[in-house]
Structures are given as C-alpha cells and as structure tokens.
Unconditional design. Structure first.
Length: 239
C-alpha cells in the first residue's frame, strides 16, 4: 500500500506538528481509510520531503508530526505549458498530465476557436496539486487565470516559446530541442487549430518558434503531452 503524500504550504522541519486542511483530513480518513498512527509524507518545493505520522483525525480535522528529511529541495527547469481552453474533462486531463511531465506554470489561453470561454482555476489548481502528490514531485505548478492569447504574448518575458503548428511549414519539434534551455514555454492551440492571423502573429514574435509534432493531427491535449514530454526529457537530460 502506497504512503500518502501531502503538500504543505508552511515550513517543514523534523518534529513539527502540522494541522491538515479539511480536504486533506477528509481524503485521508474517508477516502484512504487511514487512522492515527498511519505513515504519511509531507512535502513542498522549499523544504523538501519528510516522513510523517498521522497523530489525530476526526471528521474534517487532523494533524501529523514530521519525522526525518527524506529528500532535499531541488530546483526544477522552468517549463511553461500554455494551452487553449478546452472542455472540462479534456482540460482537467491536460493539467494533470502537464503536472506529471514537469510543467512549472500552466497558462490556459483564449483563442478565436476555443471551445470553452473560461476555466475554473481553483479546480485546475487542485488537480495539479493531486497530480504532484501522486507523481512524487516536490513542486506544485502555478495554474494561471485564462487570458486572451494576444495578452499572454504581449506580456511574455522573452523566454523561448515553441508553438505546435500542425498545418504550417515548420521544423519538427525534436529538431529544436538541442539548443533549447529553460525557462521556456510550449503552446498548443484549440481543437480547430489556430486561425491564420493568430499563427501569423505568433510567427512575428521574436521569441516564438513554430514546430510540428509529426505527420498526424493530434487532439489538443495529446499534442500538449507529446510536446511537453519531449521538451521535459530534453531539459532533464542536461541537468
């Protein structure tokens, strides 16, 4: 049976007792059926990961006491995932997988062919947190509020941004990875693709490189996973 991992915002250190949030207490007690004395893990990106013991649990309240440091905090490559707003199930899945693949920042964007006009940032943030707990990451990616594509581009800080452009003459993604360095971003458009004017605008931006993922037309969430996976593996190989 796997040991539950809980993300904690506050400082972590051996011997510290930490109150569980109501959601954590409910999950540990009602979903995982743990009782006081159960072994846990507590983590965050600042302090690392610690052993912990569940010391109290009652309805939506609980506490755990931290033990030894298991893993020290370590920086992650800054990998920004940008995806056109999708329908709920597809967006939830995309955020979960982006977290598993090491995205440090997830930005929903609004394009002309978006099938959704907004995103529930709180729900997506909770999905990212749960995914990080499951995949043994120390860091939780920031999920930003959905913004129009032009606003995201206008405020971009100049870091390299690769853009999946499946219907445009462009190099294949793997051909761009040898020189790619963090921080960097990867942008995927909506199910119907970017409009020509949007692609033209992207191509004019000095920090943007258009790239294709191969001969097949992928669903937006599949393209995000394929591209992020390739980028993440390339960045990790150079750490």
């Amino acid at each position: 049976m796997s040991i539950p991992r809980l993300h904690v915002e506050g400082p972590l250190a051996p011997g510290v007792e930490i109150a569980l949030t109501p959601a954590q207490a409910h999950h540990i007690g009602h979903v995982l059926r743990r009782a006081p004395g159960a072994e846990l893990r507590a983590f965050n990106a600042r302090d690392g990961e610690f052993t912990a013991e569940l010391t109290a649990l009652r309805k939506d309240r609980g506490a755990m006491r931290l033990g030894a440091l298991l893993r020290a905090a370590a920086p992650e490559p800054e990998l920004r995932a940008l995806i056109a707003a999708l329908k709920r199930d597809a967006m939830d899945w995309a955020v979960e997988k982006a977290t598993e693949l090491g995205a440090t920042w997830i930005q929903p964007v609004l394009t002309r062919r978006c099938v959704a006009g907004h995103c529930n940032t709180e729900r997506l943030s909770n999905i990212a947190r749960a995914a990080a707990e499951q995949c043994e990451r120390l860091a939780i990616p920031c999920v930003a509020e959905a913004r129009p594509l032009h606003a995201v581009l206008d405020s971009w800080d100049g870091a390299p941004m690769l853009v999946a452009a499946e219907r445009r003459e462009a190099p294949r993604l793997h051909e761009t990875l040898a020189t790619l360095a963090a921080p960097c971003g990867f942008l995927v458009g909506p199910e119907g693709g970017f409009e020509r004017a949007e692609l033209d605008d992207l191509a004019r931006r000095p920090f943007v490189s258009l790239a294709t993922l191969g001969p097949r037309i992928l669903r937006a969430e599949t393209a995000l996973v394929a591209g992020l996976g390739a980028i993440s593996f390339a960045l990790d190989a150079r750490r």
